[in-house]
Design a protein around this ligand. Sequence first.
Ligand SMILES: CC(C)(COP(=O)(O)OP(=O)(O)OC[C@H]1O[C@@H](n2cnc3c(N)ncnc32)[C@H](O)[C@@H]1OP(=O)(O)O)[C@@H](O)C(=O)NCCC(=O)NCCS
Length: 182
Amino acid sequence: MFQCDIRDGVCLKLLEERHAPAVFAAVDRNRAHLRKWLPWVDDTTSVGYTLNFIRTSLQQFANNEGFAAGIWCGDECAGTIGAHKIDWLNRKVEIGYWLASKFQGRGIVTDACRALIDHAFEEWKLNRVEIHCATGNKKSCAVPKRLGFQLEGVLRKAQLVGGKYLDSNVYGMLARDWKKRG
Ligand SMILES: CC(C)(COP(=O)(O)OP(=O)(O)OC[C@H]1O[C@@H](n2cnc3c(N)ncnc32)[C@H](O)[C@@H]1OP(=O)(O)O)[C@@H](O)C(=O)NCCC(=O)NCCS
């Protein structure tokens, strides 16, 4: 088992097939909360869809293209965080995350991002990390802002969620600026 403790009782674990029921249960209990901002929620109708996602993530990991991790509070899956496919040519990656509603408001995703960004710069030696958030998703936009990312632009109609195209803020962090922040 590979895991990274991010604070007392909260850790990140590389998603494995055996985690599928717990991850699916977290999605299933939080549909109304998650479907506002994530395009895949309504398609995730059974544990098999989560299992497929995990298998794709493990293949991504095996290909050295990044990974997805569960965010665990004790024995409960609180959400996930992951790197999209790493762009090795340009040494950059985009990260994404979600959290069950009852775990919001404690800084858990901010800490989880900090751990993944440390990994991206220190282990993968990337030069740039991006976070894309719908412009109206205030809680998500607050995460990169809290971590010192710069708002670099807006991608127009970049996400199709609930039948509507949403504009996306692009937040960026460079390796040199992350190191300066210590
Ligand atoms: C986006 C999302 C992950 C943000 O969750 P969150 O709980 O607000 O983010 P964090 O876990 O970093 O917690 C930050 C909150 O905890 C508070 N907090 C408490 N202790 C903290 C600490 N030690 N460090 C940082 N923040 C802390 C912050 O003040 C903030 O609360 P506020 O929103 O009332 O100001 C969550 O709302 C979500 O999953 N939404 C639906 C899916 C989604 O939008 N995913 C992102 C798509 S781009």
